[in-house]
Design a protein around this ligand. Structure first.
Ligand code: TC6
Ligand code: FAD
Length: 670
């Protein structure tokens, strides 16, 4: 029977939508940031969904080669449409996002171009960006090596200045110095910003960025002295395998001196090294920029998983039928709600903190342009910390959403396995999450010591200045309703973060040296960093609620979600809150009681709350998460697309199945 025989055009989720107590359009605006953002996103999502070239429903069934070629095709088509339709930068970025297939263009726009913008002189920008903006060259960001990724200062590739020819000699001295991982490097990029140790006048000046041409612009073959290829298949079907992450070895490749990115430091014609009067950490500027964008990616990925699990949970029924009556929607089970609704709340929380982080980044960039570097450490700590906490939580949540969808969640057609596989590496790329949390911890330890010497901290650590109160305060919560008070919530998060940081600082001071103490206490420091970052997320959610939020019932729903986000963290990390004396066991159980009530209040709004993400069925790419809820027809239809179903009798029957069956049959007749 054909799937269409079962599926109609009916909205199987209409009943769910009818119970919503708020204006979904208003929530779309709150989620997207503005009415304009909703409108542009809608237009670009529809453009992608209606174009057959951007089809992705059979992507997980393609071989690696087919998938790669499909990615090249999509990228070229996207560029063609961008030019034909004169898309703005905002529109073109959204177009790329909704195509939803990692590829070389991501590295080109998100890392190569920003690296040149941030580290190139005006002259270099003019030369290289002009070509990059027109796709006359394709660039990547080649930093990580086979032997070192996290420890950037440990990279081994060398760039030795030769004054006799006014060139740098780029070289990979060891196997472990091979560049390894850069996206688009394997098969596509014609150019790269390559990070290497600058050596001039016999002295090693550490890591700097250099623009290198890698492949011929005529026939795409690697230039002499460059060995280059793909590093091999990665986790999951489809997923990140569309990206040609690459390996590259350099054998004394010469490039002109003016291809060193010279905004932060220069090498003169004579070979003198000159450093500008800017902090050398600006070399890491591209990573700060990208980490900030990854927070927005995390909220998007999480919201997609939640959208799938909520809609499916409203359709899927198990148990509970009495005398032939309907079974229970699995979304009505309290266990399902307590697992799923914190993710729904987290998706909104990450979205809002991502919007704030974008503002922070813009603000810091403007300050840097006027040579004010004072907010750089805070920008580094916030981007590193938020990137870590949001990507780890998102990867865990997508995996859990797969379980929340039962067996069908494990099918590629649910969209969840691919979503997990694509987002899991975000915990590692742009800085391993633990390594980055240790950077946050280092910033916190510095701030604690500044507070001890009487300095008033600012920005996201301003709360630490309230040390007298926060070190000894007791939560005012006495009833379940008291946990509705944002000030009470914020205070316990502040007290927990500060007390954990101060405990670490005190314990470090007992160690023989600061370094030994930091290393010994690093697991505690990571937890203190997480507490600080969670405080930022909670605070930014609370601040969002103080804005003008339009639309009937929208603010009320967001207040509930904010409560769920904060209280589920108290429940999950109760050990921290108890051991630091920020809440009592009774207050902890009141928080849990409040949480249960909030779940019940969110339940009738759950489907509408995921509708507000405004995702097309194309972008969601899930038989379980379809807008119309026609899950079973979709699953049935998707199954028949599998290459195994191309023939009724499978390939291999004649060689392997038939002889086996025949032989066994013969034996049984003996
Ligand atoms: C889209 C997908 C594609 C993926 C692409 C990639 O993955 S690309 C590859 C992505 N790869 C990675 O992400 C690699 C991850 N690794 C790293 O980023 C660095 O190696 C490190 C930060 C771990 C250590 O850095 P280090 O060896 O220099 O040692 P240190 O700890 O002693 O720090 C010295 C000082 O610098 C400060 N500072 C540090 N970073 C920043 C910053 N961004 N901004 C501002 N400041 C920063 C730090 O606070 C400290 O300040 P203080 O206290 O002296 O005032
Ligand atoms: C899909 C993907 C795409 C990528 N794209 C690019 C790209 O385009 N360009 C590019 O240059 N790179 C890219 N990378 C590389 C990426 O940036 C690195 O993998 C990342 O920075 C982590 O470094 P590593 O692999 O060396 O991990 P390692 O540092 O070797 O980590 C291994 C383990 O050691 C732990 N560890 C390491 N140092 C410490 C420490 N000081 N204290 C405590 N624990 C520690 C980590 O937590 C981790 O558990 C990509 C990686 C992936 C997976």
């Amino acid at each position: 029977m054909a799937a269409a025989d079962w599926g109609g055009k009916a909205d199987h989720l209409a009943g769910e939508r009818a119970t919503a107590q708020f204006d979904v359009d208003g929530m779309k605006v709150a989620w997207a940031g503005s009415r304009h953002a909703v409108e542009v996103a809608d237009r670009m999502a529809c453009l992608v969904a209606s174009d057959p070239v951007f089809r992705k429903d059979t992507r997980t069934m393609l071989s690696r080669k087919e998938l790669f070629k499909d990615t090249l095709k999509k990228a070229a088509h996207a560029w063609k449409r961008t030019v034909e339709l004169h898309l703005t930068e905002e529109e073109a970025n959204l177009l790329r996002l909704y195509i939803d297939q990692p590829g070389y263009v991501d590295l080109h726009w998100v890392m190569f171009v920003p690296a040149i913008k941030g580290q190139g002189t005006e002259e270099q920008q003019k030369k290289w960006l002009t070509m990059a903006y027109k796709f006359q060259i394709i660039g990547t960001y080649a930093q990580t090596e086979l032997g070192h990724g996290s420890n950037v200062q440990g990279l081994e590739t060398t760039a030795t200045f030769d004054p006799s020819t006014d060139e740098f000699i780029m070289h990979s001295p060891t196997l472990t110095s091979s560049k390894w991982w850069p996206g688009g490097l394997g098969k596509t990029s014609t150019h790269a910003v390559v990070y290497a140790r600058l050596i001039t006048e016999g002295k090693d000046y550490g890591i700097h960025g250099f623009i290198m041409q890698l492949r011929s612009l005529d026939d795409h073959s690697p230039l002499p002295g460059i060995t280059i290829g793909d590093i091999g298949g990665k986790f999951g079907s489809g997923a990140y395998n569309s990206m040609d992450n690459g390996v590259m070895r350099l054998d004394h490749v010469r490039i002109p001196r003016d291809q060193m990115l010279m905004r932060l430091a220069q090498v003169t014609r004579e070979g003198k090294y000159v450093h500008s009067d800017v902090p050398k950490q600006l070399l890491y500027g591209t990573m700060v920029y990208v980490r900030q964008t990854i927070v927005a990616d995390a909220s998007r990925a999480l919201s997609r998983a939640v959208c799938i699990a909520v809609r499916y949970g409203a359709i899927r029924k198990q148990f509970g039928s009495k005398a032939g009556g309907p079974e229970t929607q699995v979304l009505n089970y309290k266990t399902q709600q307590s697992r799923l609704f914190p993710f729904l709340a987290s998706a909104y929380a990450f979205r809002f903190v991502g919007q704030w982080l974008k503002w922070l980044y813009t603000d810091v960039t403007q300050k840097l342009e006027s040579k004010d570097f004072s907010t750089l450490p805070e920008a580094h700590a916030c981007t590193a910390g938020l990137k870590s906490v949001t990507t780890s939580a998102t990867a865990d949540a997508i995996e859990e959403c797969q379980k929340l969808c039962g067996g069908h969640g494990y099918l590629n057609s649910s969209g969840l396995p691919e979503l997990f596989a694509v987002n899991l590496p975000a915990c590692t790329y742009e800085g391993d999450n633990v390594v980055l949390l240790l950077q946050v911890a280092r910033f916190l330890m510095k701030t604690v010591s500044q507070v001890a010497s009487g300095k008033q901290p600012v920005g996201t650590t301003a709360y630490m200045g309230n040390i007298q109160h926060l070190m000894q305060c007791k939560s005012v919560v006495n009833t379940v309703e008291d946990w509705l008070n944002p000030a009470a919530i914020k205070e316990v998060f502040e007290a927990r973060a500060l007390r954990m940081a101060v405990n670490c600082a005190q314990n470090i001071s007992k160690a023989p040296s600061q370094e030994e103490g930091f290393s010994e206490l690093s697991p505690d420091l990571v937890e203190a960093a997480v507490a600080h970052v969670q405080l930022i997320i909670v605070t930014k959610f609370i601040e969002k609620l103080q804005e003008d939020i339009l639309g009937h019932g929208v603010k009320e729903q967001l207040q509930k979600l904010c409560g769920i986000y904060a209280l589920h963290l108290i429940h999950k990390h109760l050990g921290d809150f108890l051991s630091t004396g920020c809440v009592t066991a009774r207050q902890g159980s009141l928080a849990n009681e409040r949480l249960g009530k909030l779940y019940a209040q969110v339940r009738p709004n759950a489907v509408a709350l995921v509708d507000a993400f405004d995702y097309t069925d194309h972008y969601l790419g899930s038989a379980l998460g379809r807008y119309d809820g026609d899950v079973y027809s979709a699953l049935y239809k998707e199954a028949w697309k599998d290459p195994l179903n191309e023939t009724v009798v499978p390939d291999g029957y004649q060689e392997h199945l038939r002889p086996l069956l025949k032989q066994q049959l013969k034996l049984s007749r003996l």
